[in-house]
Ligand binder design. Structure first.
Ligand code: AMP
Length: 424
């Protein structure tokens, strides 16, 4: 037996795991179509410079970086946003705004492997570029909600916040960007004491502590309390007002928000506004997240372009689907095994398999040279619905034997009507 294993943190996905992952991808693509997001495909390998421009120290330290044979410093993408921002400032520069872009694929981060945390994982990424209005934020949150609904998950919850709150306080207190980012990283990991230890001003410390401890009776009350708590911090108050506008739009569109987290921060440095994450009770890690990033396009040399986006973690959504035993809502597809009784009927049997495939019936042709009984036993074991047995006697009348392996019944069927008969 081979002793080859996948690289640590990378996985081979088979059977149900592969099926679930590709099901979630198909739902993400359907959701993109429903919200009129155009699909774009970008490279897995990108210039290191592009990827490290604004993703944040946390992710920079976890990238798979190498030099290609031409001596270029490159890395495997740890996320999509940088690639999409590049597209928006080059190829799609003159497209009418807003741009609504969707991509899906694998991304790579040198994270510590554990359940739901891998070094190669899949994201469905949605970016809405060109609008600074709360409507755009709402549109992306509603899309995230639709995606989980479409997948069939139950009891999922949205957590909402605004980086402008923490950033507004820290900016007014004269803290530089680097310190702010370091504090936000700690807040993101809920290491509040470590975060506060980096704050020198006592007033700032107590304001931040107050936010961390703030609990409203519901999300609207939380927002009101935040506003009251932040009097004197104008930028932070403006951020809370923006958050309130998004919250109103989203909840009034029939998408409830379970939590507003006053001290919410996310790992990526480029966020400037509303941020959110998605959860299900079965997993304590986020299924997806996103937010507003109004300055990123400028970093890549484009015109100032406000933008908002989100990335859904396909692997974690798949774990949630499996934990909730969600039925994959796929059109029921019958599958068929086509078996020739003798060598002489092989060609004809293969033609019948082709005819079934042309009629959108999924058909396997027996390729192991097995005897009939053995071939049927194998088909049964692998849950095949029908066996089509091609024998000399029936062929003479333009027929084959159609065996329903589930009901254990058998009839003769005209070849011309075979696909139709299987489909019903
Ligand atoms: P981010 O790009 O960090 O905003 O992450 C977006 C989503 O990607 C998260 O909410 C997770 O669902 C997923 N994700 C992030 N890191 C990993 C990982 N190491 N393994 C699996 N999924 C991940």
């Amino acid at each position: 037996m081979s002793s080859f294993q996948p690289v640590r943190g990378m996985r081979d996905l088979t059977n149900q795991d592969a099926e679930t992952l590709s099901y979630v991808i198909s739902k993400a693509r359907e959701t993109a179509q429903l919200y009129d997001f155009q699909e774009v495909i970008t490279p897995v390998v990108e210039p290191l410079e592009l990827l490290s421009a604004k993703s944040g120290e946390e992710i920079r330290q976890r990238m798979f970086i190498f030099e290609d044979l031409g001596g270029r410093k490159v890395a495997l993408r740890p996320e999509f946003t940088a690639s999409i921002a590049r597209l928006a400032t080059t190829t799609l520069k003159n497209e009418p705004k807003p741009l609504r872009l969707f991509s899906v694929g694998s991304v790579y981060r040198y994270d510590e492997p554990q359940k739901g945390r891998y070094r190669e994982f899949w994201q469905a990424n949605f970016e809405l570029m060109g609008s600074s209005r709360p409507e755009a934020d709402a549109e992306v949150i509603l899309l995230a909600n639709s995606l989980l609904k479409k997948v069939g998950l139950k009891g999922y919850a949205l957590k909402l916040g605004h980086v402008g709150v923490l950033k507004g306080i820290m900016t007014q207190e004269g803290m530089d960007d680097k310190t702010q980012n370091a504090i936000l990283q700690k807040m993101d990991k809920k290491e509040y004491d470590a975060a506060l230890a980096m704050v020198t001003s006592e007033k700032c410390q107590s304001t931040l502590r107050g936010l961390i401890d703030l609990k409203g009776s519901d999300v609207f009350d939380t927002v009101e309390q935040m506003k009251a708590h932040l009097q004197g911090y104008e930028k932070a108050v403006a951020a809370v007002e923006d958050l309130a506008a998004v919250l109103k739009l989203v909840t009034e569109s029939g998408c409830p928000i379970e939590t507003v987290d006053p001290a919410f921060a996310r790992g990526l440095e480029y966020y400037t506004g509303m941020i959110f994450e998605l959860y299900v009770p079965e997993l304590d890690i986020a299924l997806g997240g996103g937010g507003r990033y109004d300055k990123l396009i400028e970093v890549f040399g484009g015109e100032p372009t406000p933008a908002v986006g989100m990335a859904a973690g396909i692997d974690r959504i798949s774990l949630a689907v499996q934990a909730q035993k969600t039925a994959l809502q796929k059109p029921s597809q019958k599958n068929v095994m086509v078996i020739a009784i003798k060598e002489a009927q092989k060609t004809k049997a293969l033609r019948i398999a082709q005819m079934l495939r042309d009629a959108d019936v999924s058909a396997e042709f027996e390729v192991m040279g097995r005897k009939m009984a053995k071939a049927l036993e194998d088909a049964d074991k692998r849950n095949v619905d029908y066996a089509v047995i091609v024998g000399e006697r029936e062929l003479k009348e333009g027929k084959v034997v159609l065996k329903n392996l589930k009901q254990r019944t058998q009839t003769e069927a005209e070849i011309a009507l075979l696909a139709q008969k299987i489909k019903v």
